[in-house]
Design a protein around this ligand. Structure first.
Ligand SMILES: [Zn+2]
Length: 453
């Protein structure tokens, strides 16, 4: 039986980025690697320099497992993000189980790598060896696959974000199966890596929580708090805590003004300046990562500024995606196929998605605001059928955004003010930056990553 890792193809996103500071691997390192992976023996007698090839990306991943440095002391989390049981030498763990890396010529959508219930070969899909994918993500996938050699097959998810997807869930994180390894490797990188780029650490944090939330029948326990991210007209980021008298805390600054789209726990910035590409966004001045932020961002970045300007908004669910344009919505409803369906706005003009029930990756329905103040419903059914129809919902203002923070629904108006929304009634929320709020997005903070050690 084939045991694979279901990647978050549009389910989450891939990182690619520089694996190592140096561009070459020493002859001594290459000899060590080839002593285990004999497929590289013809490369053992010289330095190896990265060139973007599949072999290069395999070796970069092996080097990432061999060389990433962590703090000496890595206490476990008080929740279920990090037990530390896979925290010892990743490379030794890996080579204890895998001795052959077999690159495939093609794989089904969403599959990154797999092993069988026998043998010590890991099969790797070509998509994962492109530069759209980082050594960091590959290392997490390789560790995940190695865990399958110990047993631990997946099940089909019966609930949650991956409901119905075959082999996309483990029962619970405490069983220590392959998805537990995925969560723990990302959590370890985010919390304890000592010389990893801050943006890659922030990316790892979001990946750890996403898998913790989505890859288990019983979601992993994650100590977290809902907040609202505010972007100001002057490019500042702030965190609003609606449970603490709307206290505003300064974070970092944004590289550009723009629209923030959530992709699970990741944030993607679509800049107002259409000459700029869409990219992963980090809110505490962590900097950037080089890879594209998933399929929709790759498509967007391949377009002209005029084409980019046509995209009004974007919803990235766990199993479906919708691109909102002024006059239509384009749906990708089937997570296993590239089929795109288009439904017209029939004369109304769409201006943005309203997350009245919060950004929920499992939800099959969202709301849309039109410029005449009417609200529409859109989504994909469980049988992959798209829908777009008028909603009976009434709002007393035209909102630019609506998000839910805990139990509180918050709307942003075009003049930069926040309102709490209770059905048709709205109440102003006073903050320190009233009238200067350009964009809002959901944000969470986590006990484990915020703790001091
Ligand atoms: Zn797997």
């Amino acid at each position: 039986m084939k045991r694979l890792v279901l990647l978050l193809s549009f389910i989450v996103g891939f990182t690619g980025s520089t694996a190592l500071a140096a561009d070459c691997v020493s002859k001594a390192e290459m000899s060590e690697i080839a002593s285990h992976f004999t497929q590289f023996r013809n490369l053992a007698n010289k330095d190896f320099c990265f060139d973007g090839s599949q072999t290069s990306n395999l070796i970069a991943t092996i080097m990432f497992m061999r060389k990433t440095a962590f703090e000496a002391d890595m206490p476990k989390s008080s929740d279920e993000l990090f037990s530390g049981r896979f925290s010892q030498s990743w490379y030794n763990y890996f080579i204890g189980r895998i001795d052959d890396l077999d690159v495939q010529s093609s794989c089904p959508k969403g599959v990154g790598a797999y092993v069988y219930g026998f043998g010590n070969t890991m099969y790797i899909c070509p998509m994962m060896l492109t530069d759209a994918f980082s050594a960091l993500d590959r290392a997490s996938v390789f560790m995940h696959e190695a865990r399958h050699i110990d047993g631990y097959p997946h099940t089909t998810c019966s609930r949650g974000a991956r409901k119905g997807l075959q082999g996309a869930c483990d029962v619970r994180i405490s069983d220590g199966g392959s998805y537990a390894v995925t969560v723990e490797t990302y959590a370890q990188l985010a919390k304890y890596a000592t010389d990893l780029h801050p943006a890659l650490k922030a990316y790892s944090l979001a990946s750890a929580v996403t898998y913790a939330d989505e890859a288990f029948e019983t979601p992993a326990r994650v100590d977290r708090q809902d907040e609202l991210l505010l972007m100001s007209n002057t490019k500042g980021f702030f965190s609003l805590d609606v449970t603490k008298s709307n206290r505003v805390e300064t974070l970092g600054s944004t590289p550009a003004l723009g629209h923030i789209v959530s992709r699970a726990q990741h944030l993607i910035l679509f800049p107002e300046d259409k000459n700029l590409p869409a990219e992963y966004l980090f809110t505490k001045n962590e900097g950037k990562i080089s890879q594209a932020a998933g399929e929709a961002a790759i498509e967007y970045n391949s377009q002209t500024p005029a084409q980019r300007a046509e995209l009004v908004d974007l919803h990235i669910g766990a199993q479906w995606m919708a691109k909102v344009y002024a006059d239509k919505v384009k749906f990708t409803c089937d997570p296993r196929a590239a089929t795109v369906n288009e439904l017209p706005m029939n004369g109304a003009k769409a201006v943005g998605i309203l997350y009245v029930n919060g950004y929920d990756r499992t939800s099959r329905l969202n709301y849309l605001m039109a410029d005449d103040g009417n609200v529409y419903e859109f989504g994909c059914t469980e049988s992959f059928r798209p829908f777009l129809r008028a909603s009976s919902m009434k709002l007393d203002k035209n909102f630019k955004r609506i998000h839910k923070v805990g139990n509180i629904v918050v709307g942003l108006t075009y003049d930069g003010h926040l309102f709490q929304i209770d059905g048709p009634k709205t109440t102003a929320i006073q903050t320190a930056i009233d009238g200067q709020i350009y964009e809002i997005a959901p944000r969470q903070s986590y006990g484990f990553f915020n703790s001091a050690n």
